[in-house]
Ligand binder design. Structure first.
Ligand SMILES: Nc1ncnc2c1ncn2[C@@H]1O[C@H](COP(=O)(O)OP(=O)(O)OP(=O)(O)O)[C@@H](O)[C@H]1O
Length: 623
């Protein structure tokens, strides 16, 4: 973070672009918040009826030892966690409305999950189109982007690709992207992690200025230096799921001193507070928690004269404006019944168009992967062509030809599956960040993702097929070539669908292991190893679930069906000179090409829909 950051210039109230949306200041209060995970014996309570307040115009830190419940608290406040929660969260004195709240808040994750092949400017433009919608003109969007980039010191990096940015610049870009639609509340999970001390200071200074411009900025923070701590207005310290301190930074040391906990001279107050919160000073925590009312009370600025009792510190209780008798505070925020239906700013077709263009740009710029995929298809095709040189019309090599046809299907399936897993498991993290921040709907993303890869899943199998088909001497017949290509393209599209499905469910290492293994039953049930008419009749129905059954059968019918004349024979005797006899041998003679095309179409639709629901399930359980 070496660029100048000057937020004073950023007068949000006066910019033209922000007229369309009135900025609101939002105070968040929470009361008796309990959070439990697991069930039965494995049930674990993480937050214990804690209360607290985070105000607009303030930069607030949630501090505490590892495992104290900082992230859990912030995720609940941000609305990312919804189940296992008891208690009440208020926004400006009224119960939080999830639908509205998600539009007003932005969540910046600890890791900066960004698409590395886009430039800063392109990323900001995509975010502006998605977050500001079609009612804001392109000119206004541009001026908003310029202003935010200038404010965050990213102007010089505007044309730099994300992968070339420094850690500090990436963090600032993550913040800039979320500032585009002027959220009233910013949640940041460990914003300084991975940054050096000077970048950390600049980042927190930036957040302080953002808070001073009227927003509520809440960050979890891990072991801040004493200099860094001074940038915060408000401190909320969590220990084992309870609150032990809530108030200004400058009151921390005197308050602890009044509780007979003296911070040694030249010792970092944050480290001291964490030592206390970790229980290193004996059995003092229950007293601290009860003194602060587990967050019901807020400390005020350190009084000028040395206080004689802790009462001198407290400004007021964190009052909550709801009726105790109505028992609202004990309502379960389970998420059940809370509908997540709300409008995105950009209409569906705009979301799809923008995401499609972004996905195509990314694929195009991932030159190494795109080139490798192309080279691999050409290389394997030429190798196959050389190995099976002109065997297509020779009955002496008819089994070699069938093996070649079968191998084509496996190769095309795997070569579509594996790169999709590799790229999608990484991209999924970007999706999570953007989706949770309301950039677009999952349907729009999934549709754009599917459409973006289709050209590659068509062109690459076609290139492969042209080389293999002619080198291996298949019949010179456009209809047969087209039929075989259609089957191969379907296999490729289904392979990509499997990649998305497994990439949606599993992490990269698990998915790359599981997916190829999961395809093995398809191989066994393809009709190549055990011919369809040799499979026990009570198991034959299983072959209808094998994508390679449709792929192999459809390919064999493309090559050998449709009244193909008898083959040449380079040997003294060839058993299978008549193609129909060969099809009969495999159990394909009674089948139809179109049956296999429809089978593949159904498999394609099923796997795509399954991928969508897997992704939706995953996104819901990220919370
Ligand atoms: N889904 C879960 N199942 C079981 N335990 C959980 C789950 N989520 C959180 N926990 C536990 O709850 C406690 C608080 O977790 P949380 O991530 O909120 O802590 P934290 O203060 O943010 O820690 P850190 O600073 O290390 O990130 C931890 O002990 C964690 O193991």
């Amino acid at each position: 973070m070496d660029a100048d950051i000057n937020l004073i210039e950023w007068n949000l109230e006066t910019t033209e672009t922000r007229k369309y949306r009135a900025r609101t200041s939002l105070d968040i209060k929470f009361r008796d918040l309990s959070y439990t995970v697991g069930e039965g014996k494995n049930c674990k309570q993480i937050l214990h009826e804690i209360c607290g307040v985070f105000k607009s115009g303030q930069l607030s830190a949630i501090l505490g030892p590892s495992g104290a419940g900082k992230s859990s608290l912030m995720n609940i406040l941000a609305g990312l966690k919804k189940s296992g929660i008891l208690g009440r969260v208020e926004v400006n004195g009224t119960e939080r409305d999830f639908k509205k709240f998600r539009k007003q808040a932005a969540y910046i994750t600890q890791q900066d999950y960004l698409l590395s092949d886009l430039t800063v400017d392109e990323y900001m433009t995509v975010a502006a189109h998605l977050k500001l919608g079609n009612n804001v003109s392109v000119k206004e969007k541009k001026s908003t982007i310029e202003q935010i980039l200038k404010t965050l010191g990213l102007t010089r990096a505007q044309q730099t690709r994300v992968k070339c940015l420094s850690g500090g610049e990436r963090k600032r870009l993550s913040i800039a992207l979320e500032l585009i639609d002027n959220p009233a509340i910013l949640f940041l999970d460990e914003p300084t992690s991975g940054l050096d001390s000077s970048s950390s200071l600049q980042c927190i200074d930036l957040l302080r200025n953002i808070a001073l411009s009227g927003r509520t900025v809440i960050a979890t923070i891990h072991q801040p230096s004493s200099r860094l701590l001074d940038y915060f207005h408000h401190l909320y310290i969590v220990t084992s799921g309870s609150c032990m301190y809530q108030g200004p930074v400058e009151s921390l040391v005197p308050y602890l001193q009044s509780m007979n906990l003296k911070c040694p001279n030249y010792y970092n107050p944050a480290d001291f507070a964490i030592d206390v919160a970790s229980g290193e000073f004996g059995d003092v925590l229950p007293k601290l928690i009860s003194e602060i009312g587990n967050g019901r009370r807020i400390l005020r600025k350190c009084p000028s004269s040395s206080p004689t009792s802790t009462a001198a510190f407290f400004t007021h209780d964190a009052t909550f404006c709801y009726d105790e008798d109505a028992n609202l505070g004990r309502q379960a925020e389970t998420g059940a019944g809370i509908k997540q239906r709300f409008m995105y700013t950009a209409p569906f077709h705009t979301q799809v168009t923008i995401l499609l263009l972004r996905a195509l740009t990314t694929i195009w710029r991932e030159k190494i992967l795109t080139r490798m995929r192309f080279v691999l298809h050409v290389f394997v095709a030429v190798l196959m062509g050389l190995l099976y040189w002109q065997v297509g019309d020779d009955a002496a090599f008819i089994f070699n030809n069938a093996g070649m046809i079968f191998f084509n299907q496996i190769f095309i399936l795997y070569v579509a599956l594996v790169p999709t897993i590799l790229t999608f498991t990484l991209e999924r993290k970007v999706l999570v960040r953007e989706y949770l921040n309301n950039w677009y709907s999952l349907k729009a993303y999934y549709l754009a993702k599917t459409l973006a890869d289709i050209p590659f899943q068509i062109i690459l199998p076609l290139v492969y097929m042209v080389i293999v088909y002619f080198m291996t001497g298949q019949p010179i017949d456009f209809e047969r070539f087209s039929m075989l290509s259609v089957i191969t393209i379907w296999i490729s599209l289904i392979g990509q669908g499997f990649g998305l499905f497994f990439g949606a469910i599993f992490s990269i290492d698990v998915a790359t292991f599981i997916a190829p293994i999961a395809a093995i039953p398809f191989l066994l049930l393809s009709g190549f190893f055990v011919h369809l008419n040799h499979i026990p009749s009570n198991l034959r129905w299983l072959t209808y679930f094998s994508v390679l059954r449709y792929g192999f059968e459809g390919s064999m019918l493309s090559v050998y069906d449709n009244n193909r004349t008898s083959l040449a024979c380079s040997d003294s005797f060839c058993h299978f000179r008549y193609p129909q006899k060969f099809l009969q041998y495999f159990g394909f003679a009674q089948s139809s090409y179109y049956f296999n095309v429809v089978g593949l179409l159904i498999m394609f639709l099923v796997i795509r829909v399954a991928g969508y629901f897997a992704l939706r399930y995953k996104l819901r359980h990220v919370r």
